[in-house]
Write a protein that binds this ligand. Sequence first.
Ligand SMILES: Cc1cc2nc3c(=O)[nH]c(=O)nc-3n(C[C@H](O)[C@H](O)[C@H](O)COP(=O)(O)O)c2cc1C
Length: 361
Amino acid sequence: MKVLKIKNKEIKVPIVQGGMGIGVSLYKLASAVANEGGFGVISSAALDKILSKRYSKQFDNYSAIRKEIELAKHFSKSGSMGINIMVALQKDYESSVKAAIDEGVDAIISGGGLPLSLPSIKNPKDTALIPIVSSSRSLELICKKWEKQGYRPDACILEGPLAGGHLGFRVEDIDKEENKLENLLPKVKETAKKYGDFPVIAAGGIFDRRDIDNIMKLGADGVQMGTRFLVAEESGASMDYKQAVINVKSENIIVAYRPGSPCGFPFRIIKNSPMYISAIKKNRKPRCNMGYLLMRDNEGKLTKCSAKEENYQSFCICNGLLSSSGYNSEIEEPLYTVGVVAEKVTRIQTVQEIFKELTLN
Ligand SMILES: Cc1cc2nc3c(=O)[nH]c(=O)nc-3n(C[C@H](O)[C@H](O)[C@H](O)COP(=O)(O)O)c2cc1C
């Protein structure tokens, strides 16, 4: 496989492990991936809660992010690693970016909305800035906005409609032929060429070596894989979560939308996740006590989350995801997000075993 080059750094194996919040991709998973020559990624989501519990002492968002990056670097020999910071986590977005740059992370990967002002938050110095997009149109928009800030993406992740987590497509567009990853790739490559020929990393639905070879033959410079690493021994998902992924059949992998994520993007889940089963019962009381996914109120202040008010259109994804990695289970039942490839997962493997399989010639 060819080396992936991002901002003067060489990633020996062009496999990026997808950032997985909440609590799934922490330092253990990211450093294990980096040690195999891939690109490990921590998720920034709710790290303050996670580290406060892990160390029984209060962490704020900024210090939690710095600590997790420090740990990931400490446990990796010399590999590269990044942090995934979702735009939808508006309240903490700027402090998360500053913490990651201050700790010298190799890359900030940002999606879950368009990271239009990312380069202006702080001089990234050696940290690469990598937006996640679902079309050439959104990449073009980001490139134009970033050029005004004197910056071009160091790479981009193209995430197709088969991915786990939030999807950057309207529900009615998810199954369209034109939105298949391989059909989106050529235009995204063209846009990347226009703005400095940065690498395009393809994500969503990639499971084995054949999938990797196929998409790289079509022009991808690397791949990002989430679900495959969700069931790695080193992932922070609970045992029940990993078992649910191993057991799931394709007909039980659905896209949740009304009720769905309060940020309004379709969200792929296992249909019989305990939280989803009870969330679709209309008389259930909302249980959100978090405040990560806040939107602006009439006065422009970040105070609103629909999951605080009703449980019909939206559910509290923050508590549901925290619960699925072993936190806050007294407040909420687990919610299991997966990509379509979950149906192919048959067992828990170590990161080393996964890499062995994927890199065998
Ligand atoms: C459990 C899980 C959690 C995820 N969390 C995030 C996240 O917090 N931010 C993000 O940008 N993408 C998230 N994703 C998407 C992954 O980073 C990755 O791009 C995607 O899963 C790729 O598709 P695949 O699962 O088919 O490999 C998540 C995916 C999974 C499976």
